[in-house]
Design a protein around this ligand. Structure first.
Ligand code: ATP
Ligand code: MG
Length: 354
């Protein structure tokens, strides 16, 4: 069986790290006798330059036909002054919507060897290993334009959710918790927001279906604090779109670098999209020094979630950990000892470890 993978390199370091992930997948194919077929398509700024749109129809069609999608990153200063429909980020929001990627899974795991790279106290972050399940297609970021008024005086953003939208993300979170430490933290602002009250009700209804999972409700402001004071208390966190966006950037501090964090965006039974949590990092683009690990770990998530290749996914994760333990690090990991390597060297080390 051939697994068809669409690669969307995008802009900046996205286009650098995605080929690192491809090399690693090729090593996996060789070791485990798997067949991956890659095709490359445009999204973001490069798609604006080449096709006049951040999300060409051809790209959407290719993604819909694929078994999984790998995405680098989109955006950069070149397009910062573009009108809103010609922004690279539109490509990303558009493909999430087109593939109905409602669940964004962001594992945050501190590697022992990188404890020093976080500004937080080592004794606090040691052993942190959590998964943020963020709702990705509703909430504030998708308030329809007609609901958004701006006459220069008043402005409105709409936070809307349907019961179905909340139920499916809550189910995904419970199922994820069952595969981990069986503890779910539902994050909301139910003391103020109507949408959060329904969210909390649905979590309470759903929990009877998952009796093996313990559940707690935490307000988003308290959660923001606990994430950096007691990160090891968490297993799975489930929350709406914007809360999840903010909390996952905050949680990245536990790992020392954005360059370490993978993510998976999943549809109900369609194709999954896998991308690093970081952006296109224009400040270091073109220098060949980006940390490819977030992208490589995203490819591991693809193997696990889209292809059910658990052993292969673990082989990648183990190779990453081994290489880090040997003291190799990219510039963002701010190590005092060991060996500083660039993107290609890090990729070659991980490939060799596999
Ligand atoms: P976006 O708006 O797309 O989320 P951002 O503004 O959050 O982007 P990033 O592009 O993620 O920003 O970069 C934030 C900082 O982290 C930059 O200084 C960047 O160089 C650094 N960074 C991000 N990813 C990596 C990586 N893979 N390797 C090294 N440094 C990185
Ligand atoms: Mg960001």
């Amino acid at each position: 069986m051939i697994n068809k993978i669409v690669m969307l390199p995008g802009d900046g370091i996205g286009a650098e790290v995605i080929y690192a992930a491809k090399e690693v997948l090729e090593a996996i194919a060789k070791k485990f006798d798997r067949q991956f077929e890659f095709s490359v398509h445009d999204i973001g700024g490069i798609a604006i330059d080449r096709h006049g749109t951040p999300l060409p129809t051809e790209t959407v069609e290719a993604c819909k036909k694929a078994d999984a999608v790998l995405l680098g990153a989109v955006g950069g200063p070149k397009w910062d002054n573009n009108p809103s429909d010609l922004r690279p980020e539109r490509g990303l929001l558009g493909i999430r919507k087109a593939l109905d990627l409602y669940a964004n899974l962001r594992p945050v795991k501190g590697f022992e060897k990188l404890l020093h790279a976080s500004p937080l106290r080592q004794d606090i972050i040691q052993g942190s290993d959590l998964l943020i399940v963020r709702e990705l297609t509703g909430g504030l970021y998708f308030g329809t334009p007609s609901e958004r008024r701006n006459n220069g005086e008043d402005v409105v953003d709409t936070l809307a959710y349907s019961r179905k939208e909340i139920e499916r993300i809550v189910d995904k979170a419970f199922q994820s918790a069952q595969l981990r430490k069986k503890h779910l933290t539902s994050v909301d602002k139910a003391n103020v927001l109507e949408s959060s009250k329904l969210w909390r009700e649905i979590v309470e209804e759903k929990k009877v279906q998952y009796p093996d999972v313990t559940v707690e409700h935490v307000l988003v402001d308290a959660c923001a604090m606990k994430l950096i004071t007691n990160p090891t208390d968490f297993d799975v966190i489930v929350t709406e779109n914007m809360f999840g966006d903010i909390l996952s950037d905050e949680a990245s501090v536990l790992t020392g670098s954005l360059g370490m964090l993978p993510s998976a965006s999943l549809a109900e039974d369609g194709v999954g999209l896998y991308e690093p949590a970081h952006g296109s990092a224009p400040d270091i683009a073109g220098q060949g020094i980006a940390n490819p690990i977030a992208m490589i770990l995203s490819a591991a998530m693809m193997l696990r979630y889209s292809f059910e290749m658990n052993e292969e996914a673990r082989a990648i994760e183990k190779a990453v950990e081994d290489v880090l333990n040997e003291g190799y690090h990219t510039k963002d990991l701010k190590s005092h000892d060991g060996t500083l390597v660039n993107t290609n060297e890090m990729t070659a080390l991980i490939t060799k470890a596999i």
